[in-house]
Every structure is written in structure tokens, then in C-alpha cells.
Design a protein around this ligand. Structure first.
Ligand code: HEM
Ligand code: HEM
Length: 179
């Protein structure tokens, strides 16, 4: 149950965010042709805006999954420089370790929702979409290595492969966003 709540929370946050960004979509119910046309145009825009908000949701979730890296690597430094917060750092690191896979799966799921929404609103796959698609495909491969790694945590090359593939995924995501 706790698992499901954790999985649903970011979904709820993304959709609340989408709603806040998009606002109230109601338009006047006039039957004039131009008004109807504008209304359809607005609906397309809303679809795209929601898609974009979900894209940012993916970025946030990817960040949450990847946060395990700086926290684990700087643990000693953090504890020696901020001993007062030792307990907080340890519980944060434990939390990220415990939910890393769930957050990763969630990132993958949200990225697919974003891809589908954007494809739906654009109606075709342009260069942006192809780059996004490459990121999602690479993330799927990285996740497969992640799953194998979860069964054999001692495998150093598995961990390196997972991390390298994720690093390339993030690089492609960066290009996808700035382009
Ligand atoms: C890890 C995967 C992905 C992430 C993190 C991601 C994230 C984002 C973000 C943050 C934006 C910018 C939204 C804005 O301008 O405010 C965006 C735009 C876009 N994404 Fe993705 N995306 C991903 C995958 C995909 C996929 C698979 C597709 C399509 C098949 C796609 C299609 C698009 C399109 C068409 C745009 C609009 C570009 C524009 O007009 O500015 N994305 N994405
Ligand atoms: C379904 C998706 C994923 C699965 C199954 C998965 C699985 C794993 C597993 C089992 C580990 C070892 C954790 C440990 O030592 O306790 C790991 C480490 C790691 N994962 Fe993932 N992961 C996934 C997604 C992601 C994503 C989306 C990112 C980044 C955006 C990411 C970044 C990392 C990093 C950086 C490490 C190394 C942490 C360290 O040892 O410093 N993973 N992953």
C-alpha cells in the first residue's frame, strides 16, 4: 500500500502542476464558426501544454532517481562537514536506495506518457520527438541493466554499465530540451 502511495504521489503532483499551468480551459459557448475554430485550436494548445508539463515532471523524477549518485558519493564529506545533520543524510541515502527502482520505473512511465501526449498533439514525429524517443529507448536499456543489477549488486561492470547508459540518457534528454 505504501508502495502504491509513493508511486501515485508524483502522478498527482504532475497532474496538479499541469492543471495549474493550463488553468481553466472553459471558453464561451458561442456557435460562431470562428469561435468554434479558435476553441479547437485552444484544445490543441492545452494538450501540448499538458504534454510539456508532463515532460518537466519526467525531468524532476529523473533528477530524484539520479540524486542517489551525489548523495552516496559525497556522504563522507557531508557527514564530516555537517555532523549535526548526520542522521538526516543517512536517512536520505537509505530512502533513495530503497525507492530508487520505483522512482526509476515512474520516470520511465511518465516519459512514455509525455512522448504519447506530445506525439498526439504534434500529429507527427519531428526531430525533437526522435531525440526524445532515443532518450526513452536508452533509458529502457539502462533500466534492464538496473534490474539485473538489483539481483546482483556486487557486479561492478553492471553498475558501471547502468550508470554510463543513464549518463548518455541524461545527455540526450538535455539536447532534447535545449533544441
Ligand atoms: C526521457 C524522456 C523525455 C524527457 C525527460 C522529455 C522532456 C521534455 C521537456 C522538459 C520538454 C520541454 C517542454 C517545454 O518546452 O516546456 C519536452 C518537449 C518535447 N518533447 Fe520531450 N521528453 C522526453 C521524451 C520525449 C519523447 C519520447 C517524445 C516523442 C515521441 C518527446 C517529444 C517532445 C516534443 C515534440 C516536445 C516539444 C518541443 C517544443 O516544441 O518545444 N519527448 N520534452
Ligand atoms: C527502472 C529503472 C531503474 C532500475 C531498475 C535501477 C536499478 C538500480 C540499482 C539496483 C542500483 C544499485 C543501487 C544500490 O547499490 O543499492 C542502481 C544504481 C544507480 N542508478 Fe539506477 N535504476 C533505474 C533507473 C535509474 C535512473 C532513471 C537513474 C538516473 C536518472 C539511475 C541512476 C543510478 C545511479 C547514478 C546509480 C549508482 C548509485 C551509486 O552507486 O552511486 N537509475 N540503479
Amino acid at each position: 500500500m505504501k508502495y502504491i502511495k509513493i508511486l501515485l504521489l508524483p502522478f498527482f503532483m504532475v497532474f496538479t502542476l499541469s492543471f495549474l499551468i493550463v488553468g481553466n480551459p472553459t471558453v464561451s459557448a458561442d456557435h460562431d464558426f470562428n469561435e468554434t475554430y479558435e476553441h479547437d485550436d485552444d484544445e490543441d494548445g492545452i494538450y501540448e501544454d499538458v504534454g510539456k508539463a508532463v515532460g518537466w515532471g519526467t525531468v524532476i523524477t529523473l533528477g530524484a532517481a539520479g540524486f542517489i549518485f551525489p548523495i552516496r558519493r559525497s556522504m563522507k564529506w557531508l557527514i564530516s562537514h555537517y555532523p549535526k545533520y548526520k542522521k538526516t543524510f543517512i536517512s536520505l541515502s537509505k530512502f533513495l536506495g530503497k525507492y530508487h527502482i520505483s522512482i526509476g520505473i515512474l520516470a520511465l512511465a511518465i516519459s512514455i506518457i509525455h512522448g504519447i501526449t506530445m506525439y498526439g498533439s504534434e500529429g507527427e514525429l519531428e526531430s525533437d520527438g526522435i531525440i526524445g524517443l532515443a532518450a526513452v529507448l536508452l533509458m529502457i536499456v539502462a533500466s534492464l541493466f538496473g534490474f539485473i543489477l538489483s539481483k546482483n549488486k556486487k557486479g561492478k561492470s553492471l553498475r558501471n554499465t547502468h550508470m554510463t547508459l543513464i549518463a548518455f540518457t541524461l545527455l540526450i534528454v538535455f539536447v532534447h530540451i535545449v533544441l
